[in-house]
Ligand binder design. Structure first.
Ligand SMILES: [Zn+2]
Length: 262
């Protein structure tokens, strides 16, 4: 009973409310009055209780970096998600539609979303998008977007053209589909050099606002990630998704390589 009184005091409820709460059979118990909380007051209380809230830093002020992983989801993506979760880091996954449709693809993209990462469109079959017919281009982007939306409920806001190859037709197609084109300013060349220490070293050559290109289909890249997170974490970086990096500044069809801070 004493614990109950303390609990009620903490909740600012009158003593006796709710503790001995089994009413005699047949007695009608009136519903307790619902508490009215002003939204602004609630925000102030939450801020006081959780100084780090909200989680997203203002990347115009804080040191942010967007780690991006292309060409999956693959066999090593789950392991990568474990590592990111352990360090509280968020990332962006530019997925290939065919990989999403393959075995375990659906479960992995759902996990990516559930753990607070961002999904981006990296086409259906990873061709050079430049020079495709309008119909094929629409299929490459649209089919992946539709599948991801069906599996996760997420309408993606960002895309990355395979090989970074883009032109006016790609810009127009992505603009119509509400997708910003995200390139990068730090390339780890992890597809070529399968050496975790080298990948981690190159990935650390960032400045605030950088976008780092990696590929989660290579186990050597996934192995490089803990060291990369530690190195940049010690330098004060926050690991954010591309959309978190830009806030509401992303415009469909436009190209972005890094956040330029004023
Ligand atoms: Zn790719």
């Amino acid at each position: 009973m004493r614990a109950c009184v303390v609990l009620l005091a903490l909740l600012a409820l009158p003593a006796g409310a709710g503790c001995d709460a089994v009413p005699p059979a047949g007695q009608i118990v009136p519903a307790p009055p619902s508490p009215v909380v002003a939204p602004e007051a609630l925000v102030k209380r939450l801020e006081a209780m959780q100084p780090a809230w909200p989680r997203e830093p203002d990347c115009g002020q804080a040191k942010c970096v967007a780690l991006t992983f292309d060409d999956g989801p693959g066999d090593h993506t789950g392991k990568l998600l474990d590592m990111l979760r352990e360090k509280g880091a968020k990332a962006t996954f530019f997925v290939v539609g065919q990989m999403v449709a393959a075995a375990h693809g659906a479960a992995t993209v759902r996990r990516i979303v559930a753990e607070g990462h961002e999904l981006g469109n990296h086409s259906w079959s990873h061709p050079m998008l430049t020079g495709l017919s309008g119909q094929r281009l629409a299929y490459e982007i649209g089919h992946t977007g539709d599948l991801v939306r069906r599996l996760t409920g997420v309408r993606m806001r960002v895309m990355r053209p395979p090989y970074g190859a883009t032109d006016r037709a790609v810009a127009e197609q992505t603009r119509r589909r509400g997708l910003a084109q995200i390139l990068w300013n730090v390339d780890t060349f992890d597809w070529r050099d399968r050496v975790p220490a080298l990948v981690a070293k190159r990935g650390a050559q960032v400045r605030p606002g950088s976008i780092v290109l990696m590929h989660d289909i290579h186990p050597t890249t996934v192995k490089a990630v803990p060291r990369l997170l530690d190195t940049l974490g010690h330098r004060g970086y926050s690991f954010v998704t591309v959309t978190e990096l830009y806030g509401d500044r992303l415009r469909p069809g436009r190209r972005y390589e890094q956040l330029r801070r004023r």
